[in-house]
Write a protein that binds this ligand. Structure first.
Ligand SMILES: Cc1cc2nc3c(=O)[nH]c(=O)nc-3n(C[C@H](O)[C@H](O)[C@H](O)COP(=O)(O)O)c2cc1C
Length: 194
């Protein structure tokens, strides 16, 4: 099983990457689970321009292929202005509509304070819902006080990240890929065709 963690943080070092790494390490303790961290800060993706996802090339093509190849995912973002980052949004904008269909996704967010905890429910869950992915119940949110000296130091958050990783792996192992009905095709027309 390929477990891919995607970080939408543009920062280095990144609390989001720290949190995802804790969950990813736990996921990797399960038998036959291969883990991979996809740090969007390190990728030179082009900005989505509305083309058919099949026509992206280079690093953007590689990013799409990496997401499509994953069996299960962890998706993490810092809160930016009460929502997920533009960098993460851009990745989702270049993905084909069926890239995540039927796959389990564990959601992680970090923020300065707890004020934006519910953005996990109101922003990230609808996003993965569009892709007909399964958002594993019980997303994990960490605030600045949970980190110290470049480490995630809060045992409660660490435990919740372990539980999230366990749930994602268990879900992927025991659920067949069930995605439900496909969405209607979204027409893509170039300006020349309009
Ligand atoms: C541009 C910007 C916007 C931010 N907006 C919020 C916000 O709306 N709510 C919040 O709790 N924290 C906000 N923060 C703080 C970050 O979400 C927080 O420090 C996060 O843990 C950073 O994660 P990272 O180290 O992975 O980038 C913001 C930080 C930046 C740089």
């Amino acid at each position: 099983m390929e477990l891919l963690a995607i970080s939408g943080s543009p920062s280095s070092p990144s609390k989001t990457v720290l949190a995802l790494s804790v969950a990813l390490a736990r996921g990797g303790e399960h038998e036959d689970v291969h883990t991979d961290l996809f740090d969007l800060r390190e990728q030179e993706l082009v900005f989505s321009d509305g083309r058919d996802p099949a026509d992206y090339t280079g690093a953007t093509r590689d990013a799409i292929d990496r997401v499509v190849a994953a069996d299960a995912l962890l998706v993490g973002t810092p809160m930016y202005r009460g929502g997920y980052t533009g960098r993460l949004k851009n990745l989702f904008d270049v993905l084909p509509n069926d890239a995540l269909a039927g796959k389990p996704i564990g959601l992680v967010a970090t923020g300065g304070t707890d004020h934006h905890f519910l953005a996990l429910e109101h922003e990230l869950k609808p996003l993965v819902g569009f892709f007909r992915a399964w958002a594993v119940p019980g997303a994990v949110y960490a605030n600045n006080t949970h980190f110290s000296g470049g480490e995630l130091t809060d045992d409660g958050v660490r435990g919740r990240l372990h539980d999230l990783a366990d749930a994602v792996v268990t879900f992927a192992r025991h659920m067949p890929v069930v995605a439900g009905p496909a969405a209607p095709d979204i027409p893509r027309r170039s300006a020349a065709e309009s």
